[in-house]
Design a protein around this ligand. Structure first.
Ligand code: ATP
Ligand code: MG
Length: 342
């Protein structure tokens, strides 16, 4: 695979026709079914990542998004050499992780929000020291870097604690620092803000932005947090059922739908969502049988809907209109009907 310059930079992450299939055992439903499955297992193949293509330039910060099960973590595992692709190619700073996993390990940092990379029974500072030895980082350089992280990530208070005794927020900060001690040019973050309180989330977000801007570290970020995306990502890659549905600027993505509006409405007496769909409206969400979010086109106003409700003797308790934002658009994409054109 050739490496192409982007505005004078090289692509540092390249993925071509990347595919991962898993074989999953299918069990027959019910108790008898599970007994039958003990003796005869029926396997099926599922495609978690389906011919995915993208390339990321040096210093970019890309949001890799998609609903649960879209294939995001599977992609990251192939990029980091944890999983072997079924077909297709991966290059990380020009290296194929399957050919030379060690060389790739020096180039990348990885944080999986769901699981720590630190030694469970060791105090955090000893884990850091082990990493210093593993990556052969000169002591002075190591100490400077660590001090910088301790300050930025507010880690002083828990350095001597064993990893297994850390709170989730402390563990995540320690993991972030650990992933960057050896100064990798590329960082993979798979849900680094999952389960964090608002203050810790803020610290982590600012940290990610700072290292991307100051050190030009290329970052591929997976998150389900809209604010993370808005604050951090300049480009989005949207994955759904293993396929890329959008790859481009976040600004362009939001602009594409900015003219559309979302009407939030509370009615009395309750009416089902079908009342609105029957009138030709698209219901974005139904929090209850009284509270709905309705999609309005660029040219539409709520006047007609208000008239239609009044005609049916349905009172409007609350009504509110806002421009469609990133969260609304993602919600549409993630929803089951998937009726948004991306
Ligand atoms: N080791 C495995 N064996 C079988 N199936 C797997 C395996 N790992 C992942 N899958 C399946 O592949 C699909 C993609 O999973 P993946 O973890 O990549 O999703 P994701 O986009 O990271 O989702 P989430 O947002 O929930 O983390 C899912 O259907 C999952 O069940
Ligand atoms: Mg995942």
């Amino acid at each position: 695979m050739a490496r192409h310059p982007v505005g004078g930079n090289w692509f540092v992450i390249e993925v071509r026709d990347l595919t991962k299939k898993f074989t999953v055992k299918k069990r027959k439903p019910g108790f008898v079914g599970s007994l039958v499955s003990l003796f005869s297992t029926h396997s099926e193949e599922m495609t978690a990542v389906d011919a995915v293509n993208f390339a990321i330039g040096r210093g970019d910060l890309v949001g890799y998004l998609g609903p649960n099960g879209a294939g995001k973590s599977t992609t990251i595992k192939m990029l980091t050499g944890i999983l072997v692709p079924t077909s297709g190619q991966v290059l990380v700073d020009g290296i194929d992780p399957q050919q030379d996993r060690r060389a790739v390990a020096r180039k990348i940092g990885v944080v999986f929000g769901q699981k720590t990379q630190l030694w469970w029974d060791l105090p955090v500072e000893e884990s850091f020291d082990l990493l210093r030895a593993v990556y052969r980082i000169p002591r002075k350089e190591f100490q400077e870097r660590l001090d910088f992280f301790i300050e930025l990530l507010h880690m002083k208070d828990f350095l001597s604690q064993q990893t297994r005794k850390l709170s989730l927020g402390q563990r995540m900060r320690a993991d972030l620092a650990a992933s960057l001690l050896h100064r990798p040019p590329i960082l993979f973050l798979d849900e680094p803000t999952i389960g964090l309180d608002i203050l810790t989330r803020d610290i982590v977000r600012k940290f990610i932005k700072e290292i991307n801007e100051q050190e030009k570290i290329t970052i591929l970020l997976t998150t389900h947090d809209i604010q993370d995306i808005e604050y951090l990502a300049r480009r989005l890659i949207l994955l759904d059922r293993g396929k890329v549905h959008y790859d481009g600027g976040i600004h362009e993505f939001v602009q594409r739908y900015a003219a559309e509006k979302v009407l939030t409405i509370q009615v009395d007496p309750p009416c089902g969502a079908s009342f609105f769909t029957g009138l030709g409206y698209e219901v974005l969400s139904a929090a209850s049988d009284r509270n709905f979010e309705i999609r309005l086109g660029a040219e539409e106003t709520p006047a007609l809907l208000i008239e239609q409700l009044t005609e049916k003797g349905i009172r409007i308790d609350e009504i509110n209109m806002r421009k469609r934002d990133l969260g609304d658009t993602l919600k549409l994409m993630y929803s089951n009907n998937r009726n948004v054109e991306l």
